[in-house]
Design a protein around this ligand. Structure first.
Ligand code: SF4
Ligand code: SF4
Ligand code: SF4
Length: 206
């Protein structure tokens, strides 16, 4: 075989190898998209629907840097989220619903797009463990979740009336108003997991 034949074969081998790498990356991206995202990993306010968000987010971290509360983090290699994408965990640090939404304002790609923080739908709160809630069980008077809500009275209210566990009132969330900021979950006075928890938009509203 002449030199030209050898270089053609090399070029073909390189092209096949490159094609293999590209295919492997494509498979990885598809797998990453299909992986069930944990309900307690919240996207920042104004995040597009998850698939569109992953297309638009360039993992620059500007939203994380703009957040004044250390709420947002970028997913690391060990996180159950696509690497480099922003998220927060409400029980640790919720979204404080900044009126000027600096995280969304800093986003250069439109992955976060929001003009009114009240219209954010990061997730949805619910009384997920009523058997542990002090009010629901009547163990003690507690309305910490209600008091913590930036839009209490609309997104959450304390509903009076006998509960199945002997309490006399319980927190009730209005799904049409709850932004999913997670302040209620963060404020729950229980040790460990909260009785009221926020499920991320991709899990709660799909
Ligand atoms: S609205 Fe404010 S607190 Fe919430 S993630 Fe954005 S910058 Fe952080
Ligand atoms: S600023 Fe926008 S593009 Fe950059 S990491 Fe945050 S969401 Fe992604
Ligand atoms: S997540 Fe909780 S604190 Fe935030 S708006 Fe909804 S009910 Fe209120």
């Amino acid at each position: 075989m002449g030199r030209r034949g050898i270089s053609r074969r090399k070029a073909l081998t390189s092209a096949l190898a490159l094609g293999g790498v590209t295919a492997a990356l494509a498979v990885q991206v598809v797998a990453e998209r299909r992986r069930a995202l944990p309900a307690d990993r919240m996207r920042p306010p104004g995040a597009l629907r998850e698939g569109d968000f992953l297309d638009a987010c360039v993992r620059c971290g500007l939203c994380v840097r703009a957040c004044p509360f250390d709420t947002l983090h970028l997913a690391g290699l060990d996180a159950p989220l696509p690497v480099g994408t922003p998220f927060f965990v409400a029980r640790a640090t919720p979204c404080y619903m900044c009126e000027d939404i600096p995280c969304a304002a800093a986003c250069p790609t439109g992955a976060l797009a929001l003009a009114d923080i009240g219209a954010a739908r990061m997730g949805l709160a619910r009384l997920s463990a009523p058997e542990r809630c002090f009010s629901y069980t009547g163990v003690a008077y507690c309305d910490s979740c209600f008091q913590a809500c930036p839009i209490k009275g609309r997104a959450i209210r304390m509903q009076h009336g006998r509960t199945p566990r002997g309490g006399s009132f319980q927190p009730v969330v209005d799904a049409s108003a709850c932004t999913g900021c997670g302040k209620c979950e963060n404020a729950c006075i229980l040790e460990g997991d909260a009785a009221i928890t926020v499920a991320a938009n991709h899990a709660a509203r799909r």
